[in-house]
Design a protein around this ligand. Structure first.
Ligand SMILES: [Zn+2]
Length: 217
């Protein structure tokens, strides 16, 4: 199904630190020491996400590493705009991820979004893997994004722990607040009603991340 024509771009950005930005469903983590732009999820595919990032955040056009927290369409639909870059998924359930190829996207804000446009997967990430934010060889834990397998919402879900900023990028694994731009709004709950969701698996994954020390002194 062809994509409907958009009336206007829908990107909104919030700057969370000198190097981290939130664009509704996606996060950008700039890594100046590596001169690389990490893009965590690519959202629903509305507008030209890459152009928006390059006009507003990655103005030096550093190369990208796209890291998808899980295969749901609202996290991967602009992957095709980065087909010449690194695109990574968690490797816990490759078959589940590969189902996303060409999958139809449901009704969204009054229109069908079409189908996910194909893209290459260049790397399957492993639990505990370090993705360096600098040029250290081998990567050091304190200056890397750490991959944590956090299934429960979906079998392939991963989170990324950023120790420099004490931030956990977790996709749909959990929602600290119901409103994306208001951290003081009520907790957003768990989304354990999808294909492959499991509350018992969710519980184990929650225990895995419960010891991380998040933002604050
Ligand atoms: Zn999801």
């Amino acid at each position: 199904m062809p994509r409907p024509k958009e009336k206007e771009p829908r990107h909104r950005v919030a700057q969370l630190s000198a190097t981290t930005f939130r664009i509704v469903e996606c996060y950008v983590r700039l890594a100046p020491k590596a001169q690389r732009c990490f893009l965590i999820d690519t959202g629903c595919g509305l507008g030209n996400l890459r152009k928006f990032i390059e006009d507003n955040i990655n103005i030096d056009h550093w190369p990208y590493t796209v890291i998808c927290t899980h295969f749901h369409f609202d996290h991967i639909a602009a992957n095709h705009l980065f087909k010449d870059e690194q695109i990574c998924f968690g490797g816990a359930d490759k078959e589940f991820v590969l189902k996303s190829r060409g999958m139809p996207m449901p009704l969204y804000e009054g229109g069908h979004l079409g189908n996910v446009i194909d893209y290459p997967i260049t790397q399957w990430l492993q639990d505990g893997e370090l993705i360096p934010l600098d040029k250290a060889e081998p990567p050091q834990a304190e200056s890397s994004l750490q991959v944590i397998f956090t299934p429960g919402h979906s079998p392939d879900s991963i989170s990324l722990w950023d120790p420099e900023e004490r931030r956990l990028f977790c996709g749909d694994f959990m929602y600290p607040s119901a409103a994306w731009d208001d951290p003081l709004s009520p907790p957003g709950g768990l989304y354990a009603m999808c294909e492959g969701s499991s509350m018992s698996v969710y519980h184990k994954a929650m225990l895995k991340v419960s010891g991380l020390r998040m933002e604050g002194p």
